[in-house]
Design a protein around this ligand. Structure first.
Ligand code: KG4
Ligand code: ZN
Length: 334
């Protein structure tokens, strides 16, 4: 079965073609340069840029895969959550294609895409715990089966990606900052500054990063500190990675987890990948990371989720209803 998937939930315009779950092409057109000068994503600009790039992304994905529209069996699109203007561009194009070709169209939850991205190139099987660490989300899900995800931990304030991006902004680095901090930290001393490792009283699994952000702000405001940007980056990164690792361990213990996946943009972080690998060895966990190209937002993960759902006869998300997040009991009623 050949499938074309479209993902435009935030600031990356992406289209991918898959054949029986194998990724034939995965085109990502980044908007980083557009948003860099604002130090964060400007939703109106993101939606307008998607409009300009989506047709070419789709055409290039088909061309690279060597597949024509006529040879497709299904279409998939990110249904949400995400920026509404951005989502609408992808959904409108997908609906237009469905109308023109008569192909079935399946709506996919962006977070399900991230969770299942760990399965694209690895042998990890259900059930597993998935730590989703991205710019929009920081949560741990128990992925019990396809379509059965229970959120057992979430952040009380910022996501890990936001913490990276805001820390980078304070340090005068580019946007998105996570990658920059990752790169600079390789030359820095992670023990140079002891930044706080945030905890939420009464919830051992919850994440919080606002205190860390404030600590960096206070540290920089205090004036001459004699530390290099590399040292500050490495220390800041270590605080985030420590928190993520602590919660991953806690979730593994609490829910008797044997398999774990770390997914989303922040899962591209080299320090997190290295340290999580050590922890997994110590704890006897089967650990899975997506390939680098599948960590940040991409249409291949959406196509893969659609492929699994179609193969098992599971429906996708309603494309005409209001956006919701059907990923477990904690979200009911939101
Ligand atoms: O998954 P993603 O592309 O978008 C959302 O769904 O939110 O994640 C983007 C986030 C950004 O905050 C970015 O700074 C972060 O992922 N990121 C990284 C790295 N690469 C991307 N954070 C830390 N280290 C990296 N190497
Ligand atoms: Zn994402």
């Amino acid at each position: 079965m050949r499938l074309l998937a479209i993902e435009t939930s935030c600031d990356d315009t992406s289209a991918a073609v898959l054949e029986d779950g194998r990724v034939l092409s995965n085109v990502v057109s980044s908007q980083d340069l557009i948003h860099a000068k604002y130090g964060g994503i400007v939703p109106e600009l993101a939606a307008r840029r998607h409009l300009e790039t989506i047709d070419e992304a789709v055409a290039t994905a088909l061309e690279r895969a060597g597949v024509s529209l006529e040879e497709l069996d299904a279409l998939a699109v990110t249904r949400g959550p995400g920026l509404i203007g951005s989502l609408l561009v992808g959904i409108s194009v997908a609906q237009g294609l469905a109308l023109a070709t008569g192909l079935p169209l399946i709506g996919i939850n962006h977070l399900e895409g991230h969770v299942l991205s760990a399965m694209v190139d690895s042998d990890i099987e259900f059930p597993f715990a998935a730590m989703v660490v991205s710019g929009g989300h920081t949560s741990i899900y128990l992925a019990r089966a396809l379509g059965d995800y229970v959120e057992v931990a979430s952040t009380r304030d910022d996501s890990a990606g936001e913490a990276f991006d805001k820390g980078a902004k304070m340090l005068g680095l580019g946007y998105p900052g996570g990658r920059e901090i990752d790169r600079l930290s390789r030359e820095g001393d992670a023990g140079a500054v002891k930044f706080p490792r945030g905890r939420v009283r009464g919830d051992r699994l919850a994440f919080t990063f606002s205190g860390l952000k404030t600590a960096m702000w206070d540290y920089l405001r205090a004036g001459e500190h004699g530390r290099s940007v590399a040292d500050l980056s490495a220390s800041f990164q270590e605080a985030i990675v420590d928190v993520l690792i602590d919660r991953a361990r806690e979730a593994a213990d609490s829910f008797d987890v044997r398999r774990m996946a770390v997914v989303g943009g922040v899962s591209a972080n080299s320090r997190l990948r290295g340290r999580m690998t050590e922890v997994a060895e110590e704890e006897g966990l089967h650990l899975s990371f997506p390939a680098m190209s599948l960590c940040t937002d991409n249409a291949a993960m959406i196509g893969f989720a659609a492929h699994l759902r179609l193969a098992q006869g599971l429906p996708g998300e309603e494309l005409s209803a209001a956006s919701r997040l059907p990923l477990g009991p904690r979200h009911e009623g939101r």
